[in-house]
Design a protein around this ligand. Sequence first.
Ligand SMILES: C[S@@+](CC[C@H](N)C(=O)[O-])C[C@H]1O[C@@H](n2cnc3c(N)ncnc32)[C@H](O)[C@@H]1O
Length: 287
Amino acid sequence: MTSSDPLAGANAGQAAFWTTGPGLKWAAHHARLDALFAPIMAGLLTRAAIAPGEHVLDIGCGAGDSTLAAAECAGPRGRATGLDISETLLAVARDRAAGRPGTAFVLADAQTHAFTPETHDLLLSRFGLMFFADPVAGFRNLARALKPGARVHFVTWARVEANPWNRDAKDAGVARLGPVPADDPRAPGQFAFAEIDYVTDILANAGFTGIAGEEAGSHLHVAGPAEEAADLATGIGPVSRILREKGGTEADRIAIAADLAGRFRAYEGPDGVRVPALLNYFSARRP
Ligand SMILES: C[S@@+](CC[C@H](N)C(=O)[O-])C[C@H]1O[C@@H](n2cnc3c(N)ncnc32)[C@H](O)[C@@H]1O
C-alpha cells in the first residue's frame, strides 16, 4: 500500500535521506541497531502497555523491529501497522514480517498521509517522529488515525551532551576532519525533540491531552568489544555526516573508529559495551 509519492511531498528531503542516503546503512545494519536499541525498546513497550486485541500504529517504523514487537504484544486478535517514508527500510520490514500474522506496512509521509479515521488504539514510535517539516501539522494528522481516547507513546533522544554514543563519535570525527556547521537544534533530525517542553507544546497545539514527557536513563548495548561498537557508531550518525560533508575516506572512518574505540573502552564490561544513554519518553491521549 502506498500513499501519494513521499519522495515529492512535504518531507521529500527526509524521504531521499532515508531511501537512498543513510537509510541504506540503516537497512544494512538493522539487526545490529535493533540489538543496540533493545534496552530502549523495552522501556517503550513497558510504558505503552499494549493490551491483547489493540490496533497499533507505529510511525517511522524503519526496518520494523517495533512493529513486530507491537504485533506480538497485541496478540492474535490485535494488529500493528508500520508506516514509513522509506521504501528501502520498509522492504526489510516486510521481509522480516513475512509469514507473521497481524502486521501491515504502509509507504507514506506520516505528516500528510490520508489515514482511515479513528482506527487505532495506540500511536507508537521509536525514534521516528522527529523528522516532520511541520511537527504540529504532523501530529494533527496522526491524531486523525486514532480512536477517541487512544494512547500515544514515543521515545526520542534527550540532549546530545548526555548521549556519549553520539557525543563521543562527533568529537572523534571532528578531531580527525574538523568541525561541521552547527544545526538548528530543532531542525528535523536525531536531536530535534531533545527539549521536553518544546515537544509537549507541539502535542498540545496538535490537540492531544494528558501530555507527559519524562527524561530517563538507559544504555546502548553492543555484545562485543569497544572496536565493534565504534565500527557501528562510525557507520551511521554524526561521523557519517562529517565524512560526507568533509569528503572523508574509508581510511578516515577507520582512524575515527580507532579513536572512538578508545573513548568507548570506559563502557566495556563482561557482556560487551554498555554506553549510557539519556532518552525522552513522551505520552499523551487523543481526546
Ligand atoms: C531514526 S530512524 C528510526 C527507525 C526505526 N523506528 C528504528 O528505531 O530503528 C527514523 C525513521 O523515520 C522515518 N521517517 C522520517 N520522516 C518520516 C515521515 N515524514 N513519515 C514517515 N516516516 C518518516 C525514516 O524513514 C526512518 O525509518
